[in-house]
Design a protein around this ligand. Structure first.
Ligand SMILES: Nc1ncnc2c1ncn2[C@@H]1O[C@H](COP(=O)(O)OP(=O)(O)OP(=O)(O)O)[C@@H](O)[C@H]1O
Ligand SMILES: [Mg+2]
Length: 232
C-alpha cells in the first residue's frame, strides 16, 4: 500500500509539473517550429535546410514528451463502453505503419472469429496499443516479425479475453517488472520512459491486467488480459 501511495504521489507531482510545463512551453515551441518551417520554404541552401529540419524535429520531440507527460497524469475518463478491441487495434496499426515500413517489419494478426464485447475506452486502448507496438518496433531489427493474437481463453476457471503482442526483438532488459513500469525508466538514448507507465495506468483503468515478459521463443510478449463474464 505504501508503494502505491508513493507511486500515486509521484504521479501527482509529475502531473502538476507537466501541466505547468505544457502551458509554458507549448506556445513558444510552436512559434519556433512555425518560424523554422517558414525559413525552410524561403531558403535554398542545403546545409541551412538540414539545421532548420533539425530544429523542427527536435521541437516535435519536446512536444511529444509534453503530450506523454500530460497523458500520464491527467485524469482518465472512467467511462468505458462495450466494444470489441478491433477498432482500437486497426487505428493503432495505421498510426504505427510508417514506423514498421521504415524497418520492413511484418505484422501477422490472428484472431478468434468472434471477438467479445469488452468494456473499453477506445481512445485510451488505441494509445496503449500504439505504445506497445512502438516498443516492439524499437526492439526489433530490420525485417522483424510482430505477431498479434486476439482470443478468449479459460484462465483460473474464468473466461478471459487476451490481447497478446509478441515481437521477435532483443527481449527485456535485466530489471524487475516494477522497475520497467516506473515513469522515466528507459534504456534508449532517445527514450523518455513514459510509454509503459502510461499503458499500465490505462490497463488499470480498465480493471484488466498488463503482463510484460520475455517470450519462451524469442523476444518479448505484452499481454492485456480482460476478465469476461460478469466480472466487469
Ligand atoms: N518490446 C520490448 N522489448 C524489449 N524491451 C522493451 C520492450 N518494451 C519495453 N522495453 C524496455 O522497457 C523500457 C521502458 O519502456 P517505455 O515504453 O516505458 O519507455 P521507452 O520506450 O524507453 O521511452 P518512450 O516510450 O517514453 O519513448 C524500454 O526502454 C526498454 O528497455
Ligand atoms: Mg516506449
Amino acid at each position: 500500500m505504501r508503494t502505491d501511495v508513493e507511486h500515486a504521489q509521484r504521479l501527482a507531482d509529475i502531473g502538476t509539473m507537466a501541466s505547468k510545463v505544457a502551458h509554458e512551453v507549448r506556445n513558444p515551441l510552436n512559434a519556433i517550429k512555425g518560424a523554422a518551417h517558414f525559413l525552410r520554404s524561403e531558403i535554398e541552401n542545403k546545409e541551412l535546410d538540414r539545421f532548420l529540419l533539425l530544429i523542427e524535429e527536435q521541437v516535435e520531440r519536446v512536444n511529444g514528451v509534453t503530450t506523454q507527460l500530460l497523458s500520464l497524469t491527467k485524469p482518465l475518463a472512467p467511462a468505458l463502453q462495450p466494444a470489441t478491441i478491433e477498432n482500437s487495434l486497426d487505428r493503432a496499426l495505421q498510426v504505427t505503419r510508417p514506423h514498421m515500413m521504415a524497418k520492413a517489419i511484418s505484422v501477422n494478426v490472428v484472431r478468434d472469429d468472434i471477438l467479445p464485447q469488452i468494456y473499453i475506452n477506445e481512445g485510451q486502448m488505441e494509445q496503449a496499443l500504439i505504445n506497445i507496438i512502438i516498443n516492439a518496433i524499437d526492439a526489433m531489427h530490420r525485417e522483424g516479425k510482430l505477431d498479434i493474437r486476439l482470443h478468449t481463453l479459460p484462465m483460473q476457471n474464468k473466461s478471459r479475453f487476451v490481447v497478446n503482442i509478441h515481437d521477435n526483438g532483443c527481449g527485456l532488459p535485466d530489471a524487475e517488472a516494477d522497475e520497467l513500469f516506473k515513469p522515466f525508466f528507459t534504456t534508449k538514448t532517445k527514450g523518455t520512459g513514459l510509454g509503459l507507465a502510461i499503458i499500465k495506468r490505462i490497463i488499470d483503468n480498465h480493471n484488466a491486467e498488463f503482463i510484460l515478459r520475455n517470450s519462451e521463443n524469442s523476444g518479448t510478449e505484452a499481454l492485456f488480459v480482460f476478465p469476461l463474464g460478469g466480472s466487469q
